[in-house]
Design a protein around this ligand. Structure first.
Ligand code: GRG
Length: 304
């Protein structure tokens, strides 16, 4: 019997999930309907950040979580996965603004406010955020209860007590000292909340039980934090070309990170420990959690 290559198999899975998400996401960036139309210049700017896609980790986590529950990916997961990527992309656009991280490079190209202008970048971010929730509200193939649960979960994760709150603490922390617990709390919100919601939305799309959702949530919490630990490591060890964003920004901005607090080896150990803890949550899903397991390893061992 020919041996299958597990890495090639996972690469194929990533590619299939990305294609599936894009098939819903890209057409959703349309010019509107009836009398309410997106102005041409704004439409071009809104599509720009999706021309060079990122890793689409959040949609793939959503699909993999749905698969852990249902055994395969239900069609109801597609709009949820696309909405997650749209919210993530809006956050990157705003994160790059001069008032935030002030970064000229994103996904290997000029960031949106550089390619267009600052006011356009703010408006595109705002518009994308609304478009993501429009997509969720119109999601087919899921029950009304699941649709409302998905909207509520994503709004909570993206909002004041989630990603935006974490960003606020991050910006306020520049030049300040922060202990590990405070850093963890900040990243649970800033990066972790959306990743955690990605896993939850997959469970919701697949009709997970409360117990299954709790397991997925614990996995998502650990993996979300692990993602940020690795992001901090790559900011030190990566290179700008591979990352597609400016390497070394954290040190330049004098930001507290997992590497400044734990050192490189300590940060690597922290990422591994979070991965193991996340993997331990998957036992009840047995073989259906294979993709979530591979994703946890991918997140921790990635180079961009
Ligand atoms: C409303 C003004 C305003 C701000 C919104 C900007 C913001 C609040 C929050 C930003 C949160 C943020 C940018 C977190 C960083 C998370 C992170 C590690 C991003 C990199 O994600 P990847 O590696 O990127 O998945 P790709 O390019 O692969 O999609």
């Amino acid at each position: 019997m020919p041996k299958t290559d597990p890495d090639a198999d996972f690469d194929g899975y990533l590619a299939a999930c990305r294609t599936r998400c894009q098939a819903v996401l890209l057409p959703s960036l349309d010019a509107g309907h009836g009398e309410l139309r997106v102005p041409a210049g704004l439409l071009d700017a809104s599509r720009y950040p999706f021309e060079n896609t990122g890793k689409l980790v959040r949609p793939v986590l959503c699909y993999a979580a749905a698969e852990a529950v249902a055994g395969d990916i239900p069609p109801g997961a597609d709009h949820l996965a696309a909405a997650l990527e749209i919210i993530h992309t809006y956050s990157l656009i705003h994160d790059d603004l001069p008032a935030m991280d002030d970064d000229d490079l994103r996904r290997g190209r000029p960031s949106l406010h550089r390619a267009f202008d600052e006011a356009t970048a703010i408006l595109v971010g705002d518009g994308l955020q609304a478009r993501a929730f429009e997509l969720l509200a119109r999601a087919p193939d899921i029950s009304e209860n699941s649709r409302v649960a998905a909207i509520s979960t994503l709004a909570g994760a993206a909002g004041l007590a989630g990603m935006v709150g974490g960003q606020f603490v991050d910006i306020s922390a520049v030049g300040e000292t922060m202990d590990l617990e405070a850093l963890r709390e900040m990243h649970l919100c800033k990066t972790g909340a959306l990743i955690r919601a990605s896993v939850a939305l997959g469970g919701i799309a697949a009709g997970a039980t409360e117990q299954q959702l709790a397991r997925l949530d614990a996995y998502g919490r650990d993996i979300g934090l692990a993602f940020q630990v690795v992001d901090d490591i790559l900011d030190v060890t990566g290179d700008t070309q591979t990352l597609g964003k400016t390497q070394g920004k954290d040190a330049l901005a004098d930001k507290p990170t997992y590497v400044t607090l734990l050192g490189l080896d300590g940060a690597r150990a922290e990422a591994r420990q979070l991965m193991e803890s996340g993997l331990a949550q998957l036992a009840p899903f047995a073989a259906n959690a294979r993709r979530l397991e591979q994703l946890a390893r991918y997140i921790v061992h990635r180079d961009r």
